[in-house]
Design a binder for this molecule. Structure first.
Ligand SMILES: *Cc1c(COP(=O)(O)O)cnc(C)c1O
Length: 387
């Protein structure tokens, strides 16, 4: 037998099961058959490790990787990933060369940006791939749907320098119970894209669906889909929960490195927010808000240890939390689970998000760079590779 996962780290780790990501990708394929897939891996692949997750998804055959910023795309290129990458966020004119030199696709949401790109492309003597962004109600980057013709015709005029791969938009609330605004956005988008039919021009690929829409709005699948959170095993909201069974890929673990008894009447931690009512066993765990275990979980969070749930007592510190185990046992080297499964118990990023009044996205992306990522493939933990 090779090493187990807990031999691969000393303090804390986020363990990513790539088999779960593969399962979730297969759910995307089942929901959006035949559609091209842009796997969204911005923000360190939602906390799952940008390069390894990107490489895994590329090997699994997704058509595109999607990042927010060119800096993220560059990291993927430096890691040797060659499949197309689209950046959906804004860029500065000083970064245009980086896109072109590294063959990274642009998102273009204004005629100004289009002109800057086409000038640079001419300078490089290259034709560059762009995706035109139409704002149908999100009010972020993107040309207003009623003005989209302007951008589409500008791109046609710049045809020599600019290859329009797709036209896309983004939903504001495809995860909410009421889908009427989402339908309106889809209608605005399709209306804008009719430009190409009206002018008898070949139509670029059309794309609008995020995870929520993939799970709930088959009519929005169009030519390409952009799953994010569902690849990592979470539903964007409870409203899609029955649509598919997803597998959370990330578990956050830490090792017991100390044990003590807190005497009755003693307080724990900064601000003395918790006091032991009896003599109770406690383990300080070497993980804190600087690792992304939010301070809002003070006196609220739960941790699995030896297959049982225990409360985080006192304030979450930068580098440590204290877990009260009552009269339970714990030994140095025991693995504690902050997100994930242990025995019959499970704590999800969604559970923490509910306690924190936020969404799983924020909990996952909040797991900081200080936490090493370890990649495994389900049921083959002994073959785990550490990074
Ligand atoms: C993040 C993002 C997505 C994915 O959204 P999920 O809700 O995580 O599926 C899709 N499109 C764009 C433009 C994004 O920025």
């Amino acid at each position: 037998m090779g090493p187990s996962v807990s031999d691969l780290y000393h303090r804390a780790a986020a363990v990513i099961d790539l088999a779960c990501i593969r399962h979730n990708l297969n759910v995307v394929r089942a929901k959006a058959p035949g559609r091209k897939i842009i796997a969204m891996i911005k923000a360190n692949a939602y906390g799952h490790g940008l390069m390894q997750t990107g490489a895994h998804l590329a090997a699994e055959g997704v058509d595109y990787l999607g990042t927010a910023f060119v800096e993220e795309a560059l990291e993927l290129r430096k890691a040797g990933i060659t499949i197309p990458i689209i950046t959906s966020g804004p860029f500065s004119k000083f970064q245009i060369g980086l896109f072109i030199e590294n063959q990274i696709d642009f998102t273009v949401g204004s005629t100004d940006a289009l002109h800057l790109i086409s000038e640079s492309a001419a300078f490089y003597k290259k034709r560059v791939n762009v995706h035109l962004k139409v704002d149908t109600g999100m009010m972020r980057i993107g040309i207003r749907h009623s003005n989209a013709d302007l951008l589409f015709s500008a791109a046609l005029k710049a045809e020599k320098q600019v290859n329009v791969v797709s036209v896309f938009s983004h939903f504001a609330n495809a995860d909410s119970e009421d889908l009427s605004f989402t339908r309106l956005q889809l209608e605005r988008f399709l209306e804008a894209a009719r430009f190409y039919e009206r002018h008898c021009l070949p139509k670029p690929l059309l794309q609008i669906a995020n995870s929520a829409a993939i799970l709930r709005m088959p009519e929005s699948l169009l030519d390409m889909v952009r799953p994010g959170i569902m690849l990592y095993g979470y539903h964007p909201s409870p409203h899609s929960a029955t649509a598919a069974s997803l597998r959370p890929a990330l578990s956050l673990r830490a090792k017991v490195m100390y044990f003590k008894v807190i005497l009755k009447g003693s307080s724990v931690g900064y601000g003395r927010t918790w006091t032991a009512l009896e003599n109770w066993g406690a383990v300080p765990l070497p993980v804190g808000y600087a690792d992304g275990y939010a301070r809002g979980l003070s006196n609220k969070g739960q941790v699995l240890l030896r297959g049982r749930r225990h409360l985080v007592v006192g304030t979450v510190c930068m580098d440590q939390i204290v877990v009260c185990i009552g009269d339970g046992e714990a030994y140095n080297g025991d693995e504690a689970v902050l997100i994930g499964r242990q025995g019959d118990e499970v704590i999800t990023a969604h559970d923490l998000a509910s306690q924190l009044d936020t969404i799983s996205y924020e909990v996952l992306t909040g797991i900081s760079q200080r936490v090493p990522r370890i990649f495994i493939n389900e049921k083959r933990e002994q073959e785990a590779i550490s990074k």
